[in-house]
Ligand binder design. Structure first.
Ligand code: ADP
Ligand code: 5GP
Length: 199
């Protein structure tokens, strides 16, 4: 049976990367959708694990070949979902977590209408600004730009299936685990697999 998809968005700085790392280390059936990006790696980021880091020329070629399920320009860099990675991972039976902005999530909704769409919210806007600052890898101009973009992203939260407020990190991780478990009990997912036992 092919895996399920979980699409996760959040304003930059909310804590999405931190939460998803916890979720992925908890559940071996979950894999991360490794995107292509033209942005340079941050300290600690591993190529081929966090992102496939590519040049602008390479990204353009991938786009032209149709190698990307969706792509966006964000904060002056390109980001795109690898079609090959997605197809291979799902065909192998793994669930897939997509870390994409709200435009990417909307595009994926066409390909994966039955996916689980999760929006992670900061407790409030001041906390969001403080967390972005704490990450310590942004210039003041970029910080301002990401906060403004984050406010726009928040306007899209209403159409996602689940909202998780990342206040206490432990509680937020528990909620993500609960969403994963619930989606695996969904009739649409489970009945086709188990019904032969009963019918
Ligand atoms: P994102 O991927 O959404 O941009 P990160 O996961 O990089 O965000 O987190 C941004 C900063 O906030 C990091 O310094 C991280 O340690 C911190 N952080 C994440 N979640 C929480 C939380 N629940 N409480 C306090 N700090 C947090
Ligand atoms: P960052 O530079 O902080 O890693 O990511 C910036 C933004 O780009 C985040 O909102 C992240 O979710 C989004 N992003 C990362 N990869 C992709 C992708 O493949 N497609 C889309 N649409 N957004 C992405």
């Amino acid at each position: 049976m092919p895996g399920q998809v979980f699409i996760v968005s959040a304003p930059s700085g909310t804590g999405k990367t931190t939460l998803l790392r916890e979720l992925l280390s908890w559940q071996p059936r979950l894999r991360f959708s490794i995107s292509y990006t033209t942005r340079p790696p941050r300290p600690g980021e591993v190529p081929g694990q966090d992102y496939f880091f590519v040049s602008s020329e390479e990204f353009r070629r991938l786009k032209d070949w149709g190698a990307l399920v969706e792509y966006v320009e964000q904060f002056g860099h390109w980001y795109g979902t690898s079609r090959e990675w997605v197809m291979q991972t799902l065909a192998a039976g793994f669930d897939l977590v997509f870390d994409v902005d709200t435009r990417g999530a909307k595009a994926l909704k066409h390909s994966f209408p039955h996916g689980t769409y999760i929006f992670i919210l900061p407790p409030d806007l001041d906390t969001l600004a403080a967390r972005l600052q704490k990450r310590g890898d942004l210039t003041p101009a970029e910080l301002t730009r990401r906060l403004a973009a984050g406010r726009q992203e928040l306007k899209e939260a209403y159409w996602y299936d689940y909202l998780v407020i990342n206040d206490d990190i432990h509680q937020a991780v528990e909620k993500l685990k609960a969403i994963w478990l619930a989606s695996h009990c969904h009739t649409r997912t489970l009945w086709p697999t188990v019904s032969p036992r009963y019918l």
